[in-house]
Design a protein around this ligand. Structure first.
Ligand SMILES: C[S@@+](CC[C@H](N)C(=O)[O-])C[C@H]1O[C@@H](n2cnc3c(N)ncnc32)[C@H](O)[C@@H]1O
Length: 282
């Protein structure tokens, strides 16, 4: 008998868009200001921490030369660019549900003259618009944290990967439902960003239930905590004038509060991040 995830998947297939897709992905509000602020803090092309070095660490040991990669939830396109330029991927398909970030990603791809290697595409939440077994690697950073349900999404990731291929990425994890975690979670919601952090157990189970094998997760919390602490210092120092120019005085204070709250949630064990990797069977 079909389980509830299969039924949900069928419903999405039948209904395609509209109300039902909200079962899978909540809407988000990466406003122009959110984007500008995050990119200043995280670096050109990124809506998550660590930049090109973090991408290199995530795909370390995977031979990408000539391979076809899906950068799923590519955001501003930083990873798509470095995967094509520095890791010699044959082709990178960067997809996202948000037209605004995709426009920025397109500008980045043009800037580095990578149009022949990197294709960007807007997708709807739900089914991925690719044939079964299309990609050698799915690259996935800070995307599943936006999903209400992991399994239908991971089922799609598995479907579009070739047999024996890898999904690799980095994700936020809920470590403890303590005061610092709840404050960070509340603050994100107040600012229109819907995150649904899950704990390690649920994250691992979702991959296993979706048919992935050889799942591994390595803790990056210490490293990301250091980055987030240094972000607090940069926001108070070298970035203050720029951020005030973009956000105004009140907006700057809000941004500083946001940055401090994130660092505190890492410091006090509320949230963490991990690099993950898993394979499709075969
Ligand atoms: C925190 S950003 C990370 C962007 C990029 N991966 C990075 O690390 O810089 C999350 C991105 O996932 C996108 N996203 C959310 N749900 C998605 C879905 N169901 N399919 C594809 N992209 C999605 C958002 O629009 C946003 O650009």
């Amino acid at each position: 008998m079909a389980d509830e995830w299969t039924i949900l998947h069928l419903v999405i297939m039948i209904r395609g868009t509209g109300h039902f897709r909200n079962l899978v992905t909540m809407s988000n509000n990466y406003s122009a200001e959110n984007i500008a602020t995050m990119e200043l803090i995280y670096g050109e092309g990124y809506l998550s921490a660590g930049g090109d070095d973090e991408v290199a660490a995530i795909v370390d040991g995977v031979d990408l030369a000539g391979k076809s990669i899906l950068d799923l939830g590519c955001g501003l396109g930083g990873a798509s660019v470095t995967l094509a330029r520095d890791h010699r991927a044959g082709s990178v398909t960067g997809v996202d549900i948000d037209s605004q970030v995709l426009e920025r990603a397109a500008a980045l791809v043009r800037k580095y003259d990578l149009e022949s290697q990197v294709v960007l595409q807007k997708i709807e939440p739900g089914l991925l618009p690719f044939e079964k077994g299309t990609f050698d690697l799915v690259y996935l950073t800070a995307v599943t944290c936006h999903l209400l349900e992991l399994r239908p999404f991971l089922g799609e990731v598995k479907r579009v990967l070739k047999a024996g291929a890898v999904v690799a990425g980095c994700e936020w994890l809920k470590l403890e439902d303590n005061a610092s975690y709840r404050q960070w979670d509340r603050l994100l919601r107040e600012r229109g960003l819907n995150f649904h952090f899950v704990d390690r157990h649920e994250f691992v189970s979702a991959f296993e239930d979706s048919g992935f094998e050889q799942f591994s997760l390595s803790d990056r919390t210490g490293f990301i905590h250091q980055l987030s602490q240094s972000a607090v210092n940069r926001v108070q120092g070298e970035l203050k004038a720029k951020l005030t120019g973009i956000l105004g005085d009140e907006g700057y204070e809000t941004c500083l509060d946001w940055t401090r709250t994130r660092a505190r949630a890492f410091a006090e064990g509320g949230i963490g991040q991990g690099h993950f990797r898993a394979r499709t069977p075969g």
